[in-house]
Ligand binder design. Sequence first.
Ligand code: ADP
Ligand code: MG
Length: 341
Amino acid sequence: MNFQEIVPMSVFGTVGSEASVMAPGFPPDHDLMDLVPSLNPHYFFRTHLRMPVMNFLYSPGGDALSLVGPTGSGKTSLLEQIAARLNWPFRKVSAHSRMEIPELVGSIGLECDLATGDQRTVFRYGPLAKAMREGAIFVLDEADVLDPAVFAGLNAVLEGGALVLAENGGEVIYPHPNFRAVITSNTRGQGDEHGLHGGTMAQNIATWDRYRMLEVPYLSKQEEMLIMTSTMPKVDKVILEKMVDIANDVRKQYIGNPEMELKPGQPGLTITFSTRSLLRWARIGATYSSNKNAQVAFPSTMGQALREALTNRADKAMRVVVHTIAKDAFGAAWGADPVLA
Ligand SMILES: Nc1ncnc2c1ncn2[C@@H]1O[C@H](COP(=O)(O)OP(=O)(O)O)[C@@H](O)[C@H]1O
Ligand SMILES: [Mg+2]
């Protein structure tokens, strides 16, 4: 599969003379199209993040890419939505603390011949081995929860080296020229001072030397408003704006946010708004607010929507803090919220 200059920059939301510039991508009818993420037409690209990611994809120069930022700031979706527009095959794996290398590169398993009942051993390739062979973008999501030894063991490959599958008779997989390795994480590999991202382990600093690093902060208010109004054009802008403000207040008090701002005596929140949960809140709120039965069932339709979108995940104390922030912003329109009763 070769690059062709076929992707108009307008698909990334660029305007003016840049919109008609053609970027390299893959034709939309290749054999691995089922690995290409689906395209979200409302996705908003921040130029200062989109540009370095595309620059990395086109000229990795032997590096892997690392995206660092708080939960829900848009790390994974940035990669997915760029891949969706370039028709670049994409394989994503969520890391977990007990993950071992065979889960990524492959392992031997048993296969049963249904006709004869005979069993034989087969090697099943893991997602990393497949991505290397196919020329896919390989994303290791939440990589900072990996055991540091496992993480270190992946380095040679993530840097562009060949993969040796000892379990498969020493098979060597050389990376396809279109193979790219990306990791995302909440911390910078220095461990997690708040113990929030359960299991985040300090990674050996040396292992991070091979990564091109990009910080992905939360969207600004203006940026998030663009997404909210384009996803929900029928909802009153004033209401959407209040919701974005509330989300940002919650984020400021979230203890996993490196830019946390707490007033004296404030406890710090253990839940936070991602853009996803904010959109979910607005979507559910809009449904209930326009439904007579829901208005009867829920004296605070926005409060009920907030619970379903976010705060049912939290303990009671946290829920009260978040609902108080929301009620203060909405005033009387918030209604009689049982959470605050
Ligand atoms: N720039 C954006 N435009 C539109 N939606 C976004 C944007 N950034 C994030 N989102 C929404 O927020 C959700 C969470 O983003 P995600 O990329 O999964 O966050 P992270 O990987 O940083 O935890 C996405 O599924 C998407 O719905
Ligand atoms: Mg993610």
